[in-house]
Design a protein around this ligand. Structure first.
Ligand SMILES: *Cc1c(COP(=O)(O)O)cnc(C)c1O
Length: 365
């Protein structure tokens, strides 16, 4: 027992108070705590794809003969296969065990203790998570009341110590886009700029075409949302080739597993199918937005992604989230500085919209 204390004392002091990431809930952990069976839980808390992945993926995995062999550490086939989809050469591309891992690798590559990372909250939690884990110093430049990035303030906060400027577009949890002209202004600072395009397929807007021109631009993408592969963990980034070669050297050698490689290969053969699903989700997002507005006690924020952030006008977001959870509907609740009393609802199938609106009507404001 006393031994434990001794070991704890050896933990890096900066991590003793580290809060960790707050993930969505896994339905199997809610067994017995909600009014529906686990299979009936509607999961709208992690922006996952309600239609699943391409139907080509499962048979390809079932029949794959090589799970006993390590994947190619150089990701040669995967990087080559992404050339056509992204429009850039393989030398620009590095894949990760989810784009979360690429965020972590970027921070590890650039940021040491005392170095500054600019973050524009409310924003994706992994930006601050990885920065703090690396001992970097977080410089927070809040977004404005419409959740737009305050470009002037970001530029004013940028200096010699700035190692990375992080930005998601569309951003999570707001769903808002940062215009290309704003991103160009940030690129002109000359500091490394990361544009996380996890929701690119839903917004249709990208800065990837700028990649060959700007030596300080890094763009992140993922197969988790549009291609429905969140559980297999595969994302990629577009980097200046010199940076890509550093990332390939510092990444864990077998970071993208063989089943993820097989799933990506099949998904890229089925882009039309997957994009029809994306279109259905975008159409459903617009219907969900209208229905949320009609309720009268939520104020939805216009979104270019596959989720809608809502300000809770009457009552507490945390209570609303818990009441929905009891009914078997999972959403994300937020109550922190810059995001007081909000819920975020992922866009599901039409029947999920109907269920969440019905439940919200019953709960009332
Ligand atoms: C979901 C999400 C990711 C995570 O992607 P993974 O590839 O599943 O790790 C990255 N960035 C943003 C902004 C996201 O919302």
């Amino acid at each position: 027992m006393t031994g434990n204390k001794g070991i704890e004392k050896l933990i890096r002091s900066s991590l003793v108070t580290f809060g960790g990431y707050s993930p969505g809930k896994s339905p199997e952990t809610l067994e017995g705590q909600v009014e529906v069976p686990v299979e009936g839980i509607i999961k709208l808390d992690a922006n996952e794809n309600p239609y699943g992945c391409s139907p080509r993926v499962q048979p390809a995995l079932a029949n794959y003969p090589g799970f006993n062999i390590y994947p190619d550490a150089g990701q040669t086939e995967l990087r080559k296969s992404l050339e056509k989809y992204t429009g850039v050469g393989a030398e620009y591309i590095v894949a990760g065990d989810g784009s979360d891992q690429l965020i972590d690798l970027i921070v590890r590559l650039f940021v040491g203790p005392g170095d500054e990372v600019i973050n524009c909250p409310p924003s994706f939690e992994m930006f601050s998570f990885s920065t703090e884990l690396c001992g970097g110093s977080l410089v927070e430049v809040p977004r404005d009341e419409n959740f737009a990035v305050n470009i002037k303030a970001v530029k004013a906060a940028t200096g010699e110590k700035t190692k990375v400027i992080f930005l998601a577009s569309p951003s999570n949890p707001t769903g808002t886009i940062t215009p290309r002209s704003d991103i160009l202004e940030l690129l002109d600072t000359g500091r490394p700029v990361v544009v996380d395009e996890a929701y690119y397929e839903f917004s249709g807007e990208t800065v990837v075409p700028l990649a060959s021109k700007y030596k300080n631009l890094m763009v992140l993408r993922t197969f988790s949302k549009w291609a429905g592969l969140a559980g297999l963990r595969v994302g990629y980034g577009i980097f200046p080739p010199e940076i890509a070669s550093y990332l390939l050297r510092i990444k864990p050698p077998y970071n993208v597993n063989v089943s993820a490689l097989v799933a990506v290969r099949e998904s890229l053969k089925d882009i039309d199918y997957l994009m029809r699903r994306v279109k259905a989700i975008v159409a459903e997002r617009e219907r969900l937005f209208g229905e949320l507005e009609k309720l009268g006690f939520l104020k939805p924020v216009p979104s270019r992604a596959n989720f809608i952030l809502c300000s809770v006008l009457n009552g507490r977001a945390s209570e609303l989230q818990q009441k929905l959870e009891k009914k078997g509907i999972l959403v994300r609740g937020f109550d922190k500085p810059m995001l007081r009393n909000f819920i975020r609802i992922s866009v599901g199938k039409p029947e999920h919209t109907d269920a969440v609106i019905k439940a919200l009507r019953e709960i009332g404001g």
